[in-house]
Design a protein around this ligand. Sequence first.
Ligand code: PFF
Length: 488
Amino acid sequence: MTANPQSRTQWLGRWGFVLAATGSAVGLGNIWKFPYMTGEHGGAAFVLVYLACILAVGVPVMMTEIAFGRRGRGSPIDAVRRVAAESGGSSLWSLLGWMAMLCGFMILSFYVVVAGWSFAYLWKLLSGGLAGGSVDDMVAIFAANNENPWNLGFWSTLVTLATMAIVGKGVQAGIERSVSWMMPGLVVMLGVLIVYGLFSGGFGEALRFLFAFDAGSLSSDGMLAALGHAFFTLSLASGAILTYGSYLPARASIARTTLTVAVADTLVALMAGLAIFPVIFANGMDPGEGPGLIFMSLPLAFQAMPLGTLFGILFFVMLSMAALTSSISMVEATVSWLTDNRGISRRTAAWGTGSVLWLVSTLAMLSFNLGADWTLAGRHFFDWLDYLTSRWMMPLGGLGMVLLAGFVLKSESLRDELGLSPRWHALWLFMARYVSPLGILVIFVDALGIARVEFGVHWPWLLAALVAIALVGELVSPRLRRVLYNES
Ligand code: PFF
């Protein structure tokens, strides 16, 4: 049974979608993952590639996904199949939808563990269990929180239950509305931490670490990590944004909403970096500490600043909310596919998905305690979920989508959806056809070691060459000429 695409639920106006998409994008990726990945990959060069990827790949892919969702009015699988079929494309393109759905599920399996950390820290602050003022104390508290599987499992189970309860009841809109106070609240909290950092003695070093760009110093792996993180942080190629786009009313502007979400998301990530690294440097901590980075550093700041416990509580309340507005978006694709195609209720779909998810996330949680020795090629199960999704599935999924949009679809298909002026449309098409795919491919070729792309001194030339190739492609493309000159 396939639901009538015309009668699909819709957001209440433009803000409904913007709040939901911002809620999905801004989450642990900005505050937990961005800082620790920046730390692991050496700082500013990673930040630069990440920003370039947001602009050159993330924004065009996000516009494409929202347009697919709205045009296809369905779960990622159905929407992509419909959009491709409309232009005579193969039904195999729906594999992109399958991969996205699987990807959202895999991300959620480790995301609930990290969200559990946030809830656990909130509880520690509320119950006075975060005592101690030294780096060693913080490292010990983080380790103790992880080594007991019952404790860690309790918190990740709680997050799973909360996520499924919200999705099952279909009350996301209520939760997403919280974005309107949570986002400003989070920005204020990060502002407080940044001001504290200004006086901590580590601010100058933090600024240099984050922004003294030296593109030559980044490894191939770091570049792939930055690309993957651009997808992760914007919730791309994991079904979330595409499914949310399927509820978008016809009149809302896709470009404007995309830019709003991308700017808000990037701002929060950069602020998180500015909040965390001064604390790291002032306390002589290692920026490459890994996934525990914010949980070891921020509590130190909260211990030392006036009203710190209060600020800490507010911070972890908002971080936990931000995690929930992201986690509910990761199951939406699966739940919408199940309700549309299997004729089951939203509630059953949510709890069914949640049960499988709980099993997988429990395995991920065990990576920190009982399963600390269960590794494959040096990675735990938790790391594998993260690695496969961010480094491979999301970039490949995004590549597939821009190729479908740029080369397979009839030009009027997405032109109607995007509703841009001819010039802006030409720019989007140019990005979707050349800049985004080539950007993704270059990073892949480099990471796979097929050819070592020398980004040190040569990369401006490399970019210029890509743009030149793309321009020639456009000049000989009748489709773009039609768009540019409005020929029919
Ligand atoms: N964008 C979210 C974050 O930065 O925390 C993570 C995420 C949400 C990834 C939804 C993928 C997704 F479908």
